[in-house]
Design a binder for this molecule. Structure first.
Ligand SMILES: C[S@@+](CC[C@H](N)C(=O)[O-])C[C@H]1O[C@@H](n2cnc3c(N)ncnc32)[C@H](O)[C@@H]1O
Length: 258
């Protein structure tokens, strides 16, 4: 076994080969077709954002951020009706290039994800999501451990804090950094793999740390108001994304004043 793929070997965020992340392989494996667990997560996040904004585009311009956007567009699409600007914040040079090409005109597989969003209040107000994403999104290279504080008015962070190193301290630091980047009152959604042992993307192994609902609650609660956490069970072994995780966790809430 490649030593880097041994779940017992520690790997910090700065040690993983982020620039060699195979964005196409990742997107193809995870998002070529809409999976039942992502479907459930999208409904939860869509309804959380729509309820926060009462289904109407806010009068005051809102800026959103998707932290560690990677090769996934659906968190940004979920913010689209509510934001004038969306920052897609990402460390990997490969994912930055992938995001820029998709923002210019995204691939047809994302239409299925948009269809689910369209069932929520307010989403039909966006007549052309491709043009809207192109107009709103900016891809920003950077390290989430150095995010500015209180910069954005809504935010998402999907499968990032627990999937960037084997360190629980870095998991907590990443969650703190995400929460601190939001202004008080900002609605947010964050998703996590439960008990992940790490993951293969193309030719490279990437580290993860095993977290549960309890870890997510303990880390986000000090920053949050009205937070709800939902555990999404594995959709059955046949349909599981890969080996080495036990489910998904989604947390939705509002950034508190602290
Ligand atoms: C498992 S992928 C998740 C990608 C995407 N958000 C999704 O939902 O599929 C983890 C992402 O975190 C990014 N990442 C890792 N360390 C980071 C850091 N320090 N700052 C910003 N992004 C980082 C990786 O490049 C990768 O895109």
């Amino acid at each position: 076994m490649d030593p880097a793929s041994d779940p017992s070997s520690a790997q910090l965020n700065r040690e993983a080969p982020w620039d060699a992340f195979d964005s196409d392989a990742y997107s193809e494996h995870n998002y070529r077709a809409l999976r039942p667990d992502d479907h459930q997560i999208i409904e939860i996040v869509r309804d959380h954002f729509a309820a926060h904004f009462h289904g109407r585009r806010p009068e005051r311009p809102v800026t959103g951020v998707d932290v560690g956007a990677g090769a996934n567009l659906y968190p940004a699409l979920a913010m689209l009706p509510w934001c004038r600007e969306i920052t897609m914040f990402e460390r990997s040079a490969a994912n930055v290039a992938w995001l820029r090409s998709q923002v210019a005109g995204y691939a047809p597989n994302w239409d299925e994800f948009w269809e689910v969003l369209l069932h929520g209040d307010g989403y039909a107000e966006v007549p052309d999501p491709r043009a809207a994403l192109r107009a709103a999104a900016t891809v920003q290279p950077g390290d989430l451990f150095r995010l500015p504080s209180r910069r954005w008015g809504m935010g998402t962070m999907f499968f990032v804090a627990e999937s960037l190193s084997t360190s629980h301290a870095e998991f907590r630091k990443a969650v703190n950094s995400f929460a601190e980047a939001l202004e008080p009152g900002s609605p947010f959604a964050a998703a996590f793999m439960e008990n992940s042992e790490g993951y293969q993307v193309g030719d490279h192994w990437f580290p993860a740390c095993a977290v549960t609902e309890h870890d997510v609650e303990a880390t986000l609660a000090p920053y949050s108001e009205d937070m709800e956490i939902v555990r999404i069970a594995l959709p059955g072994e046949q349909a599981a994304l890969r080996e080495g995780y036990t489910g998904m966790i989604v947390a939705c809430g509002r950034r508190g004043a602290v």
